[in-house]
Structures are given as structure tokens and as C-alpha cells.
Design a protein around this ligand. Structure first.
Ligand code: OSB
Ligand code: MG
Length: 384
């Protein structure tokens, strides 16, 4: 476990100083998905997201919010995040403050960690660009490429799922995650294992089960899954710990983890043997560094989840995964798996070995294409 002294040790990222801020715009974008994406609690046909654009020191910083328009994965929505960003977070940001000081100020606002990450990400991008360094350098990451992973939505039949996985394996994805829910679980996983006995495989339930389903979930133990992700409700540490005692397969938490305190509680209780870290869900990159450090001190493997982000948020996830604390492949897939056309260039692609190259440009290292941004913007407002 990390002690208080270790926890107090700062991260270089905290020292990044914010330049004088010029124009600030908040946009709502909507990009059609290549195919609908279904999880146990929602189906999305497009990616709708807030995007924050911040000018300063002759450069532009971008931050994408991972909140959906609906509260079906998490409590925050694009509308709640807009409210929190415009009324409470942006007014706290002043030129000359460090990123650490901004983070401290943001603690006055309770929760709303997706909204916080939006502002933090835009400021971090701005600081990196003003310094002329890539984001991963500011984070202290050293990997030049990261392993890929794919998260496949619920399918109509086990055969349809197997077909999707055949394509993913042919592409070179390092591991496959399948969505499950009550009535679409054991048969689906069995069919996949029958066809692919050895691929690293995991199942994500997005909270569809109850503790009473433990005996049913234990049937998944036969398939050598790396983990079962979020089988129980979105905030329930206690019952996940109880369930873990009844299963051999490690449990991984996703939507239960909003911040470092959640990670500590979930790990200490024994209900989170593996952690899905989504920087956009936990308040941004600084909180992610804290969670990574804590998980490492507990021997808990961490991987980077995704929220089907556009190229802006995806780039941030890629830079973060250059840190050694990420010990398993994440949910970072090629752009073409989500969108026919993205907001940024270049797209994310897999190399011949199924890895993703880390962008080398300054900041997030990808360029927002103005025509495309305009094409996919539903609404925009100038905030400063
Ligand atoms: O539970 O991890 C999840 C996408 C949207 C909301 C929740 C989840 C997901 C994914 C896809 O699994 C991750 C990705 O490919 O970005
Ligand atoms: Mg998940």
C-alpha cells in the first residue's frame, strides 16, 4: 500500500504552468458510428460529446468530455457537464496557475469528474503545446507504441460474435473484450472459446447482474477469462467484494471507480483485482497518475478503458498508456472501428504487430481538421 508520504510526492505534470488564456469555445459534436454499439444498459448509434477548445500563448488546447447525452453508463451527461464546466470550473482557472493548483481548486466542486477531465485535458494540451513537447513527455511516459485491444458490443447471436472476433484477431488486436448481459453470456463466451481457445479474452457486463447471480457467473470460470468487468451495479464495492469470493475469475471495476478514494476502497475490500482506468471518468490525467501509483503499490494490474472517444480523447488515452503502470492492453482500437471519418488526423491504425504508435507532435499530437469539426458540430458557444 502507498503511505501518506509517498502519496504527497508530486508529479512533474503538477508543475505545468497555464499561459494567459484567450478565446475559449465549448462545442457539442455528433459523429455517426460505423455500427451501433450496444452494452447491457444502452445502445448508441453515434458519438455525441462536448469538446472544449482553449487558446493561449499562440497555441490551442483541446479537451473532450466522455459523458454521453444520457445517464445510462454514468450519472454525468453532456448537459450536466456543460453546466459544471461553464458555471463552476472555467471560472476557477486563472493564468499563471499550475496544473496542480487548478486540480486543488477543482476539489471544491464535488464529483463531476468527467466535466473536470474536460477542462484539465484542454489545459494539459495547452501547457504541452506551449512548451513544445508531446503529452506523453509531460506525463513521463516512455513507450513509443502501445498494445491494442477491442471491445465488441452485444451481438444478435454467438455466431455473429465469433465472426466479429475473427476479424479482430485477423487485424492483430492483442486482446478481445466482449459485452455480456443476462441471457447473452455463457453461450456467447463458450462459442468464442470454442473457436479461439487461447486469445486473451474478457467479458464486460456494465452492471447487469445481481449478487444472487453468483452461481451463474461462476460458470464463466470454465473459460479462462482474464477478468469479468463490472458484473454488478455501478457504485457497488461491497457486493463486488462478496462476489469475488465466489468466483475464480478476477473481477475488474470500471464505472464504480470515480477517483482515487474509490480505487482505494474497492481494492482494499477485495472486489477489484484489476482496474479499468478511464482518465476521462476519474477527473483527468493527474488523478489517473495517482490511481496508477496506488494500484501498482497494491499489485493490481491496470489497463486503459475507452469511451468510444473521437480522436481527441483517444489521443489522450494513447499518451497516458506510455506509462509503465499500464500492465494490460486497453480498449484502444483503430479509428476505422468507430468512425468513417474522425475529427482529427492522422487516424489511429494498428501496425503489423497490432500496436498503436504514439503521436510525436506537441500536446495530443493529432490535428483537429477544421472542416470536419464544423461538419459534425451541433452547437457551439464562445465562453471567453
Ligand atoms: O464499459 O468500457 C465500457 C464504451 C462506452 C461506454 C462504456 C464502455 C465502452 C467500451 C468501449 O467498452 C471502449 C472503446 O472502445 O473505447
Ligand atoms: Mg466497462
Amino acid at each position: 500500500m502507498t503511505g501518506p508520504a509517498e502519496e504527497a510526492a508530486g508529479f512533474p505534470l503538477e508543475a505545468g504552468r497555464i499561459p494567459a488564456i484567450g478565446r475559449v469555445d465549448l462545442l457539442l459534436v455528433r459523429l455517426p458510428f460505423v455500427q451501433p454499439f450496444s452494452i447491457s444498459s444502452a445502445t448508441w448509434t453515434c458519438k455525441e460529446a462536448l469538446v472544449l477548445r482553449v487558446e493561449g500563448d499562440g497555441v490551442v488546447g483541446w479537451g473532450e468530455c466522455v459523458a454521453d447525452p444520457d445517464p445510462f453508463y454514468a450519472a454525468e451527461t453532456t448537459t450536466s457537464a456543460r453546466h459544471i464546466v461553464t458555471e463552476f470550473l472555467l471560472p476557477l482557472v486563472e493564468a499563471g496557475m499550475t496544473l496542480g493548483e487548478v486540480d486543488t481548486r477543482f476539489q471544491h466542486v464535488r464529483g463531476n469528474r468527467m466535466a473536470k477531465a474536460t477542462v484539465e485535458n484542454a489545459l494539459v494540451d495547452l501547457v504541452a503545446k506551449a512548451r513544445g513537447v508531446p503529452l506523453h513527455e509531460l506525463l513521463g511516459g516512455t513507450r513509443r507504441r502501445i498494445p491494442s485491444g477491442i471491445s465488441l458490443g452485444l451481438q444478435e447471436t454467438p455466431a455473429a460474435l465469433v465472426k466479429e472476433i475473427e476479424a479482430a484477431v485477423a487485424k492483430g488486436y492483442h486482446r478481445v473484450k466482449v459485452k455480456v448481459k443476462r441471457g447473452k453470456d455463457v453461450d456467447y463466451v463458450a462459442a468464442v472459446r470454442d473457436r479461439f481457445p487461447d486469445i486473451p479474452l474478457m467479458a464486460d457486463a456494465n452492471g447487469d447482474y445481481r449478487l444472487q447471480d453468483a452461481a451463474h457467473l461462476a460458470r464463466l470460470d470454465a473459460f479462462g477469462l482474464t477478468m469479468i468487468e463490472q458484473p454488478l451495479s455501478y457504485s457497488d464495492f461491497y457486493e463486488h467484494a462478496a462476489l469475488q469470493k465466489l468466483l475464480a475469475t478476477p473481477l475488474c471495476l470500471d464505472e464504480s471507480i470515480h477517483d482515487l478514494a474509490d480505487a482505494k476502497a474497492a481494492i482494499a475490500l477485495g472486489g477489484c483485482r484489476i482496474l479499468n482506468l478511464k482518465q476521462g471518468r476519474v477527473g483527468g490525467l493527474l488523478e489517473s497518475l495517482r490511481i496508477l501509483r496506488h494500484a501498482a503499490s497494491c499489485g493490481v494490474p491496470v489497463w486503459s478503458g475507452g469511451m468510444d472517444e473521437t480522436g481527441i480523447g483517444r489521443a489522450v488515452n494513447i499518451h497516458l498508456q506510455t506509462l509503465d503502470g499500464f500492465t494490460l492492453p486497453g480498449d484502444t482500437s483503430e479509428t476505422s472501428r468507430y468512425f468513417h471519418e474522425d475529427l482529427v488526423e492522422p487516424p489511429v491504425v494498428l501496425d503489423g504487430e497490432g500496436f498503436i504508435e504514439v503521436p510525436r507532435g506537441t500536446g495530443i499530437g493529432v490535428e483537429v481538421v477544421p472542416d470536419r469539426l464544423q461538419k459534425y458540430t451541433l452547437r457551439s458557444e464562445r465562453l471567453r
